[in-house]
Design a protein around this ligand. Structure first.
Ligand code: ATP
Ligand code: MG
Length: 283
């Protein structure tokens, strides 16, 4: 398979944990390339846990062209403009796919482009209609349509069913073992790439315990990068990142992103309630 060539920018081992999500995405990517079936995917979960990263990596490994946008870019105040933007995205994907190259259309913050139609004005419903029509027309090409959201409960349910965006993949917090790997990976990375010095007193297991479900992978990465920069600018090349500095950074960052993560937990409850009401397992 093309995807195994060494020049690819990323490999699946760059993603810590998320084994099930990786396996499912690999399977769906292969199906898409073989044009076995229409592939529509929803990645949902808390912010900063790897939804966009998974697609970036899968696209790199399986040599997909990515056409990517956020809903805020696609959504226009002017009537008809959002529909046009969606249509243009699919047209571009089709023209690339016609050359034989597989394409992934990736729409982030999908709940604002494709919201529940019952609770939104008509002009938003038109966007949903255009999306559904464009998606069904694109099914004869190797095009994978991926939506990402932190708010599955706010999305239009017809988009998420009926053989459309019907592969729902939850991308949640990593397991405790994966927190250890994340700390190790991002500390090693700043040591190699930025020349940061890590003190011998750094205890990865404790960092993992303290940050488990309080920090996301992206915030672990950000702490490492910020401390590398601050330590070097204060103490020069010899400055070391000490364990206590990391512990302090974890507590400050956990406090800062706490509200955002609590908000997501409420979404999770709403989503579970919706599944119960619909009487189905997946949605
Ligand atoms: N599981 C992971 N393993 C390694 N690095 C990760 C992982 N998850 C996230 N990251 C790092 O965090 C960065 C941001 O993650 P990403 O943008 O994929 O989060 P997201 O789930 O899309 O967030 P949002 O909901 O805010 O869009 C990635 O580019 C990557 O560097
Ligand atoms: Mg994202």
């Amino acid at each position: 398979m093309k995807g195994q060539q060494p020049q690819n920018k990323f490999s699946l081992s760059d993603i810590i944990g998320l084994e099930e999500a990786k396996d499912t995405l690999e399977l769906l990517a292969k199906k898409c390339i073989d044009k076995e079936c229409r592939v529509g995917i929803l990645l949902w979960g808390p912010p900063g846990c790897g939804k966009s990263f998974l697609i970036e990596v899968i696209a790199s490994v399986y040599d997909f062209e990515i056409i990517l946008d956020t809903s805020s870019n696609l959504t226009s105040r002017y009537v008809g403009e959002s529909e046009k933007a969606v249509q243009t995205m699919f047209d571009r994907a089709e023209s690339i796919a016609q050359t034989g190259k597989p394409v992934v259309i990736f729409i982030d913050e999908a709940e604002s482009l494709l919201p529940c139609r019952e609770s939104t004005p008509d002009y938003k419903s038109d966007v949903v209609n255009v999306f559904l029509i464009s998606m069904s027309k694109s099914s004869e090409y190797p095009i994978m349509v991926v939506l990402a959201t932190n708010h599955r409960d706010k999305m239009d349910t017809t988009v998420l069913r009926d053989g459309r965006i019907n592969n729902h993949i939850f991308v949640g917090f990593p397991k405790i073992e994966d927190y250890k790997l994340l700390w190790k990976m991002y500390l090693d990375k700043i040591a190699i790439e930025d020349g940061a010095k890590i003190s011998n007193d750094v205890a990865i297991d404790e960092l993992a315990d303290l940050s488990y479900q309080k920090l996301t992978p992206v915030s672990i990465k950000a702490i490492c990068e910020e401390l590398a920069m601050v330590t070097q600018s204060k103490s020069g090349k010899q400055g070391k990142i000490e364990h206590d500095r990391l512990v302090d950074a974890i507590s400050k960052r956990a406090h800062r992103i706490g509200n955002e993560l609590d908000e997501f937990k409420e979404t999770l409850v709403a989503s579970a309630r919706q599944s119960d009401m619909n009487g189905d397992d997946d949605l």
